[in-house]
Design a protein around this ligand. Structure first.
Ligand code: ATP
Ligand code: MG
Length: 137
């Protein structure tokens, strides 16, 4: 079994879509093992997405991620990292497969409803970024 870090992003929490999004992960066999609603500061969002610091969309991404509360979760299951990304769909909703979260709910390439860790190393960093050992059972 494996764990990954999932975020229901501001565009989705604002439209009250958290439950519908989490249901898609659960239907795919992923289990929510930690969950909380937080409102990131721009500094926190910037640190979380530091790998994109040099990209043209970085400022916009950071402002967006700090614009409304988000729901951060740890999802667990066999092959959770890949499975989570399959259920999310492509970054750009126009490129996402039918039935994926981003195809159904995302507004644009930036406001794309969900984040998911892209590797085991990212998952370890991102889970530790949001959750303490005491919050993880
Ligand atoms: P995430 O890391 O959020 O799960 P991802 O791995 O599919 O998404 P990345 O390339 O890591 O995509 O980009 C991180 C996030 O930055 C995207 O999810 C999106 O919100 C935003 N983003 C990426 N590309 C663009 C772009 N061209 N214009 C605006 N925002 C973008
Ligand atoms: Mg990414």
């Amino acid at each position: 079994t494996e764990r990954t870090l999932s975020i229901v992003k501001p565009d989705a929490t604002k439209r009250n879509l958290t439950g519908k999004i989490v249901a898609k992960f659960e239907d795919a066999g992923l289990r929510v093992v930690a969950s909380k609603r937080i409102h990131l500061t721009e500094a926190q969002a910037g640190e979380f997405y530091a790998e994109h610091k040099e990209r043209g969309f970085y400022g916009e991404l950071v402002a967006y991620m700090a614009s409304e509360p988000v729901v951060v979760q740890v999802l667990e299951g066999d092959g959770a990292i890949l499975k989570n990304r399959e259920v999310m769909g492509a970054t750009d909703p126009a490129q996402a497969d039918a039935g994926t979260i981003r195809k159904e709910f995302a507004l644009s390439k930036g406001e794309n409803s969900v984040h998911g860790s892209d590797s085991a190393a990212s998952a370890a960093r991102e889970i530790a970024f949001f959750f303490s050992g005491l919050e993880l059972v």
